[in-house]
Ligand binder design. Structure first.
Ligand code: AMP
Ligand code: MG
Length: 413
């Protein structure tokens, strides 16, 4: 039995980063850039106005006050997208809108709120400093500048930046194809009769959802019985994927044959059993450079093991360098027992009380219970300490969902 950190280290050591592909920027959300992106252009391309108002020469505004307004002759307009091409001369102004190109000769923009249009003249009641409200060419990005580097995760701002720089397509790391096999004589699929002793094969679905959630592509190898030969056949089919994930049949029962089946098809088993609860009987191995994860069958064990081992591995394959869920400190709202000899990952909900983030268990922590997983914001990390932890103690909580924990108050109120 090895500890969870050591197991993660051993898994990640074996994980290759996949190749790259070129995709449209609208497909690139959540993907990792496999290229540097350097700008071939200035953004903005030329000097333009940050305000609706009038472009003029600052020297014409000297001495301007509310009582002694400057009076400039309106000679034209420079709305966004339709530049005014003449030179703005002494005593002249050009009406301009946000994004409009600053015409030659003008060096300052007066905001419309400080002006009044009087026939062909504009009265200006307050002089801004010279250069006011003008965005310089290249103020955001200069031509030749490195803007996005390889390894950047594409979020909506990156999509916008790629578009701004004129890239419709971009090179990213590939997504792994993950073959999922569920083993167990008792399993039936959703559309099959649930007779006594049968269990709906929920793992096929929850594991596929976990693969999709972190950006991988799940393919199903279906369900298979606790029969070595059938398992091997299915596993052979899985070899076309980048990763194989099985569930069930890795414990010490008479019908737990998956580890042997993995060996039979050529998987080089690196470790079996991790000192964690839930999820102790995990098998990890490789075949060629493909990682193979034999997860336990209990629904929550399978999901928790996926979280700790498969997810970081898939993220690494996709070029990510930040592989782990964030943790936060929370105060225990109740006593929590610890588990002798292994780390207990306790499904918990987070809530706010007196300005503190509190954590409480979401109910039965049986490895088979999925309900407490449904209710969980995260997993309390409870080390094996004699006597466990008392209410009021501080624990670390691994946050399981990108939108968790929701807090009661907005940061902007
Ligand atoms: P095992 O790991 O094969 O010993 O299975 C442990 C428990 O998980 C048993 O109660 C199984 O019925 C249950 N189980 C195994 N595979 C699945 C699955 N694919 N979906 C839901 N429950 C499962
Ligand atoms: Mg079984």
């Amino acid at each position: 039995m090895i500890d969870i950190g050591e197991a993660q280290r051993q898994v990640l050591e074996e994980i290759p980063v996949l190749g790259t592909e070129r995709i449209h920027i609208l497909e690139a959300l959540g993907r990792v850039l496999a290229q540097d992106v350097t700008s071939s252009r200035n953004v903005p391309m030329c000097k333009n106005s940050a305000m609706d108002g009038y472009a003029c020469r600052h020297e014409d505004l000297v001495g301007t006050t509310l009582q002694t307004p400057a009076r400039l002759r309106l000679v034209g307009e420079s709305p966004a997208g339709k530049p005014y091409r003449e030179t703005v001369g002494a005593g002249e102004a050009v009406r301009i809108t946000t994004g409009g190109v600053i015409p030659p000769g003008a060096d300052t923009v007066v905001m419309v709120e400080n002006t009044e249009l009087q026939d062909q003249f504009v009265a200006i009641f307050a002089a801004p400093p010279k250069g006011a409200h003008i965005r310089d060419a290249g103020e955001d990005v200069k031509a030749g500048e490195l803007v996005l580097s390889q390894g950047t995760v594409v979020r909506p701002p990156e999509v916008g930046m790629l578009a701004t720089l004129g890239h419709a397509y971009v090179h990213v790391f590939q997504r792994p194809i993950v073959a999922i096999l569920s083993t167990g004589d008792e399993l039936v699929d959703l559309d099959e009769p649930l007779t006594e002793g049968k269990v709906v094969c929920s793992n096929s679905y929850s594991l596929a959802a976990q693969v999709t959630e972190c950006g991988g592509i799940p393919i199903s190898l279906g369900m298979c019985s606790d029969d070595g030969e059938e398992q091997q056949q299915r596993l052979y089919q899985g070899l076309r994927a980048d990763v194989i994930v099985t569930s069930g049949g890795v414990s010490v029962g008479k019908y737990d044959l998956v580890q042997d089946s993995l060996s039979q098809v050529g998987v080089n088993v690196k470790f079996w059993k991790v000192a964690m609860k839930p999820g102790k009987p995990l098998v990890f191995g490789t075949i060629g450079n493909k990682p193979v994860f034999g997860l336990p069958g209990n629904p929550t064990s399978a999901m928790t093991s996926f979280e700790q081992f498969v997810r970081p591995a898939l993220l690494k394959m996709m070029g990510h360098t930040r592989l782990f869920r964030p943790t936060m400190e929370a105060v225990l709202a109740e006593d929590v027992p610890s588990e002798p000899g292994r780390l207990h990952l306790v499904r918990c909900a987070l809530f706010e009380e007196n300005g503190q983030t509190m954590a409480r268990s979401t109910g039965t922590q049986s490895s088979g219970a999925l309900r407490s997983m449904v209710l969980a914001d995260g997993l309390m990390i409870v080390p094996p300490v004699e006597g466990g932890f008392s209410r009021g103690a501080k624990v670390k909580v691994q946050l399981l969902h990108s939108n968790a924990p929701l807090v009661a108050s907005s940061p902007f109120w």
